[in-house]
Ligand binder design. Structure first.
Ligand SMILES: [Zn+2]
Length: 381
């Protein structure tokens, strides 16, 4: 069986190993080494990447207890191997941060971590807990987690003897095959885990709770940890600076400034609506028995509807058009006295339009000219 160097020292970045087997599979090569520092995907932590000789390691997986390096090209004999250390250290940071947070939340609430996922695309970690947790408790867990990080306590991994296992009070996500490996974070957590971790909590940097949402009777908490928390801070800080500059507001007052903007926008919407009503009532004076049609230039079907509605109080059938010859017209035809759907069919047929509606109101659009519209009204009034 492959000697698992990552369990002896999680900080090994390069090593020499012999290729035991190399098998081609779907255009890729599955390499097994006699010893490896590449961690295979497991316990929510992604498989390592890097290089075996001149071959690129795309992923590392565990299959039937064998560590398989999924590679871009074949290799043989003795090889110099190196890990994509940035990727591995990021995963160690994420994994260790999650341990501290889950251990702290467990000690505060007694709840278990029932799901853990590190999303490479979203650059975040999600942890699921077995019951609901209040916002105040989540905030307290975040505070205590970061206190453990700043205390820079050691993170140690060990295999307790079989007859002593029952004396340990440890968290366990699921039954793990093979000897029990416990990861201890002094004062914060004791958890069964197969992953790789930082040596001291300080290397985790920071753990920030981003969101918490109900999930299957429990709660799903999204965390930004270590360098991903810094990336997130940079991105959000840039957004705040942009909003702050654009609204001429202080950084910590942007949300109040946005609220004010929304209130102002709402006031303007009401003002526009009132002005439109006044314009409609003025324009509606144009509906006469001689010419029961009003044309306006806005190109708005809403406007045509309101106009026709107002006109229906003055003439038997009110025609309203909104638009121009170049872009076409939106129309509405309304009546309080007769079914306008037949008139609508005539209109669509004469002016190349489309639309329909109810007996008291039809709406649609035409691509005709103002001259053609006027001729049509003369023909049906
Ligand atoms: Zn772990």
């Amino acid at each position: 069986m492959t000697d698992r160097l990552y369990y002896k020292d999680a900080y090994i970045r390069s090593f020499t190993a012999n290729v035991i087997s190399c098998t081609e599979k779907s255009g890729k090569y599955e390499i097994i080494l006699d010893r490896t520092a590449f961690f295979p995907e497991g316990g929510g932590q992604p498989g390592d990447r890097g290089a075996i000789g001149s071959s690129k390691v795309l992923d590392t997986v565990l299959r039937d207890d064998e560590i398989i390096h999924i590679c871009s090209s074949p290799e043989s004999g003795e090889c110099e191997c190196s890990l994509d250390w940035d990727f591995r250290f990021l995963n160690m940071q994420q994994h260790s941060g999650e341990h501290i947070f889950s251990g702290v939340l467990h000690s505060l609430t007694g709840l278990d971590n029932v799901g853990f996922h590190m999303s490479e695309s979203e650059k975040e970690v999600t942890v699921d807990f077995s019951g609901p947790v209040s916002d105040e408790t989540i905030a307290l867990a975040e505070k205590k987690t970061n206190e453990f990080i700043w205390a820079n306590v050691p993170v140690t991994c060990f295999y307790p003897p079989e007859d002593e296992i029952s004396s340990y009070d440890y968290r366990s996500k699921k039954e793990i095959d093979g000897p029990l490996r416990l990861v201890k974070i002094e004062g914060a957590d004791l958890c069964a885990c197969c992953g790789t971790h930082v040596a001291r909590t300080g290397e985790t940097g920071i753990v920030k709770v981003i969101t918490s949402e109900s999930n299957r009777g429990g709660v799903r908490i999204t965390l930004k940890i270590g360098s991903l928390a810094l990336e997130d801070y940079i991105e959000k800080n840039n957004s705040v600076l942009e909003i702050s500059a654009s609204l001429c507001a202080k950084h910590h007052e942007v949300s109040q400034a946005v609220e004010k903007l929304k209130e102002k926008q709402n006031d303007l919407r009401i003002e526009i609506s009132n002005l439109n009503k006044e314009i409609i009532s003025l324009l509606a004076r144009g509906f006469t028995d001689e010419f029961p049609c009003v044309v306006d230039s806005r190109g708005s079907s809403d406007f045509a509807r309101m106009l026709a509605d107002a006109g229906a109080s003055q003439v038997k059938i009110a025609f309203a058009f909104s638009g121009d010859d170049k872009n076409g017209y939106k129309y509405a035809v309304a009546s309080k006295l007769t079914d306008v759907r037949e008139t609508g069919k005539l209109l669509n047929s004469a002016l190349g339009g489309r639309g329909g509606g109810k007996p008291e109101m039809i709406m649609g659009s035409v691509s005709a000219s103002l001259e053609q519209i006027k001729a049509f009204i003369e023909s049906v009034k």
